[in-house]
Ligand binder design. Sequence first.
Ligand SMILES: NC(=O)C1=CN([C@@H]2O[C@H](COP(=O)(O)OP(=O)(O)OC[C@H]3O[C@@H](n4cnc5c(N)ncnc54)[C@H](O)[C@@H]3O)[C@@H](O)[C@H]2O)[C@@H](O)CC1
Ligand SMILES: [K+]
Length: 479
Amino acid sequence: MISSTEMAVVDENAAALGVPRKQLMESSGNAVAHAVREVADPGASVELVCGRGNNGGDAFVAARFLDGYDVTVHLLGRRETITTDIARENWDALRSADIDAQRVGDSRSLEFGDPEVIVDAMLGTGVTGALREPEATAVGAINDADAAVVAVDVPSGIDADTGDSEGPAVEADRVVTFHDGKPGLASVDADVTVADIGIPTAAERVVERGDLLRLARDPTAHKGEFGRVLVVGGGPYTGAPALAAQAALRAGADLAYVACPETVAGGVQGYSENLIVRPQAGDLLAPSSVPELLETASGMDAVVFGPGLGDADASLEAATAFLEAFDGTAVVDADALQVVPDVDTEATLVCTPHQGELEAMGGPAAVDTDERAALVADFAADLGVTLLVKGAVDVISDGERTRVNRTGNPGMTVGGTGDVLAGVTGAMTCPLEPIHAAALGAYANGRAGDLAVEEYGHGLVATDLLGAVPAALWPDGEN
Ligand SMILES: NC(=O)C1=CN([C@@H]2O[C@H](COP(=O)(O)OP(=O)(O)OC[C@H]3O[C@@H](n4cnc5c(N)ncnc54)[C@H](O)[C@@H]3O)[C@@H](O)[C@H]2O)[C@@H](O)CC1
Ligand SMILES: [K+]
């Protein structure tokens, strides 16, 4: 089963992998024609009722695949009102091919000539709210006709995710849906076929630009909705917490706090005026800070624990004490990772080890990507956390869902890029589920590195990534 959001992600990922949507539409239309052939013999009259989106576009393609049938296409609207380029191109192809294709300006002028089959291609996953005209009246005409009704993707008027309809909906005999079952079809009384339309498996597995659709942000969102992130770390490594916190801001966090030893907060450039700093006594984080850290963390949407922390006993004890008492969402990185296997916590954890840190946690040794992905998934399930294992190909798994990320380049072995990754991932956990947050964290960090390497070559440093994070996450500049 696949939700409409997930379907949109996979569809865009397929395009990123070289299989554009027009190609998928060709397969969808072919599958619809195949279903028509199963219900009626050649020569039969088939009328296709098409909306102005890609659902209609699928039927324009189907009409081309129905050679030998008596085909009539009804477009509910004018050519100019077709909402997508690919649907319009397929409409034009119909017209050029002399297939009987008519525009229906007014639903009252939709008249059927006693067809054996009606194809319902008015609306698919793009429906919002109750059907408007001319679709609403057309539903009545389709349901009253004495014909087998084949619905494209979902019966028009039905919500593909919920199966609900806010008004009239087509009563289909058959539904040809694409790629995977839709949750809303479970309650529909029709024969449902799932057609393979050639979306590569990699479109679900590889994190690609389609995953960015998860970030489509409500334009009315106000400060605070995208989250407050607290970074806890610093000690032997001074710049790490500031990098992580600034990365969180670049990835859309509304506020970034840093809790670090006072010696770190006091004298280091990079504690930019964008950050809110909570200095802790001493030159290392220690258990005495934990009550204050928990207090600060309780007002946050996410915590990033570990950048620059070091592995002093006191700091690791502080990490354990914090995680055992914390019940929010935390990204755990660097030296703090080693406490995770022994920690008993109610917190939701996203752990970001590289291969060496993974093995130090008791995780699997490096093997080829496929095998590694399966082993990482098992280990994530054992630990009850989401793992983002950094490497030439990153593996991300919550034990149930496993993704791989291919962005990034060898220039990123420079210090600090892992801190940027932890910060971006922390920001992503505010609006997203951990698996999606970790997948997009890996994608955006690598993509930022790819953008930075174009400018700085292998002289790139971690702060170069910061400026590139927004372009990695919002390539069209929106939101
Ligand atoms: N990967 C995918 O997602 C694929 C999708 N395909 C097809 O594309 C469809 C989705 O296409 P679209 O996103 O263009 O959406 P639709 O074609 O389902 O609907 C969009 C159109 O409906 C109009 N509309 C929305 N709500 C309405 C209402 N209540 N009353 C009247 N009109 C309304 C919109 O203005 C727009 O013109 C799928 O259902 C499927 O048939 C296929 O072509 C292949 C691949
Ligand atoms: K439909």
